[in-house]
Design a protein. Structure first.
Length: 243
């Protein structure tokens, strides 16, 4: 346990120096928040009540789907995994350390949005902060588990970037954070419910921490984490030699 905590802290420090993580987990989400926060609240004054969860959904989705997968693909698609095996370190160690580090960074980014939105855009704070933080933690955990599947499944960086964008863009456009979900046609509303962002956004709204908003996120988390464990076990097996 001590070795894992040391590795997680080391990974967190390495991620601080990572330019890609700085861009996907801090720079782009916070710039989007600074630019679009004023636009949204000017066009739709009622959005002041939902601005914080909306901007958080965008930031978390970008960090989890675009920031984390390339790091996982680089680690498990190269000889780095052989170093784990040579030193008797479980392959899940690296994934868990990167997952925890990304979780902390995304949580810090969300905290910045939470603290600055009321001062910058007169946004309403969540009425129940403990429940809001619980919902936020659940959404970050689920999003990172989905991003982990991408990073462990797709090793080619160009294909990974394309797959991440195909997951990120519908998550944002069909979640209801950009415009009221009722403006979309029925098939797109149904399609939007496939993505965790749809449910995570509603879970973070006031009085939104309800079983109907939680069950799908729990299901996705269990499925994706189980799939990640299966993928990591498959990487541990030596390749079979042809006869």
């Amino acid at each position: 346990m001590r070795a894992f905590l040391y590795g997680a802290v080391l990974q967190w420090k390495l991620d601080i120096r990572s330019k890609s993580l700085l861009v996907t987990c801090y720079l782009v989400p916070l710039i989007f928040f600074a630019l679009m926060g004023g636009i949204f609240t000017s066009i739709m004054p009622d959005m002041k009540d939902t601005l914080i969860p909306a901007m958080i959904v965008m930031g978390v989705s970008m960090g989890a789907f675009i920031g984390l997968p390339p790091s996982l693909a680089e680690t498990y698609g190269s000889d780095i995994k052989k170093i784990y095996a040579a030193n008797g370190v479980p392959l899940c160690f690296g994934w868990a350390a990167m997952y925890l580090s990304a979780f902390i960074h995304l949580f810090l980014m969300c905290l910045i949005i939470l603290l600055t939105a009321p001062m910058a855009f007169d946004a309403a704070l969540p009425s129940d902060l403990p429940l809001f933080f619980a919902a936020l933690s659940i959404y970050i955990a689920v999003s990172l588990s989905v991003g982990s599947v991408l990073g462990l499944t797709i090793k080619n960086q160009s294909k990974l970037t394309m797959a991440a964008q195909l997951l990120f863009l519908p998550s944002i456009m069909l979640s209801g954070i950009m415009f009221p979900i009722g403006l979309l046609p029925g098939p797109l509303i149904t399609a939007g419910k496939i993505f965790p962002a749809f449910w995570g956004y509603r879970l973070m709204l006031d009085n939104g921490f309800l079983p109907q908003n939680l069950w799908y996120l729990s299901f996705v988390f269990l499925i994706t984490v189980s799939f990640c464990v299966i993928l990591l076990k498959g990487l541990r097996r030596p390749p079979q030699r042809p006869f």
